[in-house]
Design a protein around this ligand. Sequence first.
Ligand SMILES: [Zn+2]
Length: 384
Amino acid sequence: MRIEFATATRILFGPGVVLEVAPAAKGMGRRALLAIGCPAESAALLLEALKREGIGCVSLAVQAEPSVAFVRQGAELARAEQCDLVIACGGGSAIDAGKAIAALLANGGELEDYLEVIGKGQPLPHPSVPFIAVPTTAGTGTEVTRNAVLAAREHGVKVSMRSPLMLPRLAVVDPELTLELPPAVTAGTGLDALTQLIEPYVSIRANPLTDGFCLEGIRRVSRSLRRAYHCGHDITAREDMSLASLLGGLALANAGLGVVHGFAAPIGGMFNAPHGALCAALLPHAMAINIRACRARAPGSETLGRYETVARLLTGEPGAAAEEGIEWVRLLCRELQIPPLRSYGIREGDVPTLVEGASRASSTKGNPIALTPDELREVLTSAS
Ligand SMILES: [Zn+2]
């Protein structure tokens, strides 16, 4: 057995830890680019705290999933303002934007040099400038991952900038920052967290370290996502979901993902759809087809036992079968009002392109069993 595990240099978790951002930033730089995707009130508090520590700030509002052009402009702004530190506070979009800007700031050159798929995919020569990630949603786990997902609009795809040198210097996960999230965001991001715990758990790259994170995270989603959705101010439920998101990030960055994220990449590139809700719509169908394919072609595989473990954690039933886990997720998606894929405008004619995109996506390589093109099509159409 060989295991490699990499994560953010330092992780702070708990209600109120956001107060530690400014003192920690003091040791990392003098002037910060602050990528903001959180409500103005939280951003103002953070700005004030940074000023009190003598850190100059330049704000950059992140309103949508970052594009290649947005990151390029962000890096130019940071360079012109002589920033030597990047802080991102918000959902996955703000953190991915900040992460990519921090990398480009330290490396110069053209952003395309470092992009997968549409660029040269060159390795980054230098570590990013110090980067602090402060998530205000509970789902992406991007505060502990080594890639930033960027939209390449002119190519109709999402691409990653990826390097172990992009891991944040500090991840500050404060569940209190998620208390005001609206139910729809809680639902989509929370089911993204669940997907990012199930996919690494059944991934062909799963290892005992990531397994521990996944099992603990799935248990917490099972007991707290409904509560966080219906009673947003329940700090115990929010704490479980923030921790589940962090655990999912730790797992996916080291064990990979599967076909749900394989589809989320091309769909997200072609349609305007929130990543979490996309993953949620696909998850029960991907589980069903993976289980069916394993029963047919790999009946002795460990994967089936893993899906059974997932079902037992989700349902709380010690004798649950793998299929009961699928049903549990299906009912949860219904209760949390997850829209089907057709609501984003995906048409029959888009299916071949999306199936082709998913079969090439890096996430699909982690799927527990290689799916045929027909099975991939079935995942997509049954989620529509
Ligand atoms: Zn995801």
